[in-house]
Design a protein. Structure first.
Length: 139
């Protein structure tokens, strides 16, 4: 499960922008075989009076925290490619709008999560493919 927390200035994104951003995020992960419902994007509007960088208020920064839970990789080249691909995904919603952006990716141990009380199936397994086809967890 990728979980994206997108902290952004008030008014930076319309409802349509948020939906498009979430769809682009989802498309990225379903492209590597994850079920749609694994992908969660949460948008957090932060007023300038509550968003500080270096002790100074900012009204033009987007800070993204990505939590990877369903998939991890230890290969440094794959990690670099994935990070660059995530950055490229964000450009339309950050750089192209004149916003400053920062992000990082955390990896949660795979044995520390459940969905609807179920242990997720092994990555790439037939059971996971069934979850993707049904777009829901299946006991």
């Amino acid at each position: 499960m990728p979980l994206w927390h997108i902290y952004h200035p008030v008014g930076a994104y319309s409802d349509q922008d948020k939906q498009e951003f979430a769809r682009d995020i989802t498309k990225f992960y379903t492209g590597v075989g994850l079920p749609d419902f694994y992908v969660v994007a949460l948008f957090h509007e932060i007023p300038e009076s509550s968003f500080f960088i270096g002790g100074e208020p900012t009204g033009n920064t987007v800070r993204v925290v990505v939590e990877h839970i369903a998939r991890h990789t230890q290969d440094p080249h794959l990690r670099k490619r994935m990070t660059e691909a995530l950055n490229a995904l964000m450009l339309r919603y950050t750089k192209d709008r004149g916003l400053h952006w920062e992000f990082h990716v955390d990896e949660t141990p795979q044995d520390m999560w459940m969905i609807a009380g179920l242990w997720p199936p092994a990555p790439g397994s037939e059971a996971e493919q069934a979850w993707a086809r049904e777009n829901r967890p299946i006991p």
